[in-house]
Write a protein of this length. Sequence first.
Length: 323
Amino acid sequence: MKTRKILAVMVLLLATAMCMSACSKKEKAGGKLVVGFSQVGAESSWRTAETESIRSEAEKRGIELKFSDAQQKQENQIKAIRSFIAQGVKAIVLAPVVETGWEPVLMEAKRAKIPVILVDRGVNVSDDTLYSTLIASDFVAEGRMAAEWMVKKLNGKGNIVELQGTPGAAPAIDRKKGFEEIIKKYPDMKVVKSQTGDFTRTKGKEVMQTFLSSAKAENVKIDAVYAHNDDMALGAIQAIEEAGLKPGTDIVIVSIDGVKDAFLAMIDGKLNATVECNPLLGPMAFDAVKAALGGETLPKKTVVKDSVFDQTNAKQTLPDRKY
Ligand code: GYE
């Protein structure tokens, strides 16, 4: 009886040991690097292309990506980052919706020794050791390029309406700044109306409708639209057409991003120019994750290069466009 009991215990112990080794082997085999990605939302085609680039690059590298869509709300991003920390991710990729208000949560990530890689939008923090690096375009330069193109097209004269991006977002602040820097050199060029369209097509259209009707009431002629992104410009195009005007001819339209629909609109003659802003940041983001986890000190900012496209080169460029 006693021997049987001992035997039974031994079998049980052996089974447990076998299971444990199998289980730990399994954990190792599936022991992928886990990275959290807190994304702004899905407000524009640019954003969708960025999400896709980051998702597909993670998959290509065998990285498990925990994805969180903040629906354009900072509080959702803060919650997502806290949850990534609680889940013990190895690194965090963050596309911050606005510039300010990040110190506390970034401090929590730092304390947990989780590197944070910023993609596409920057933050405004007093201590830049709170993040490893920022990979983004120079939005001020984009604003300048858009303005320079418009100045040439309008021969330095005209009334401009501006569709701004999300209030407080780095690209909205900087694209406005760069544009104004150039425009103010031309006394006959004026931004007569400026409002946020939140980087979306729907709001871009809505705001353009109110611009058109108030301009009519005030007897002001709108010569040009400057939109902080293509989606808002595409919305504005609809509003202009519905008002019985010809976008691209009656009103000059310049925007930023360089998404496929913008190229199609340029080919149709409805959009005049777009400044490219590359959203395909996946490969660079994960190179940065790897470097940060390897203990490397990264440059505080890596600038992605942009250029202008217009109706003269839209058609031949379209086949090469990746987003
Ligand atoms: O231009 C806009 C998007 O942060 C650079 O956000 C990005 C901007 C992009 O919604 O379309």
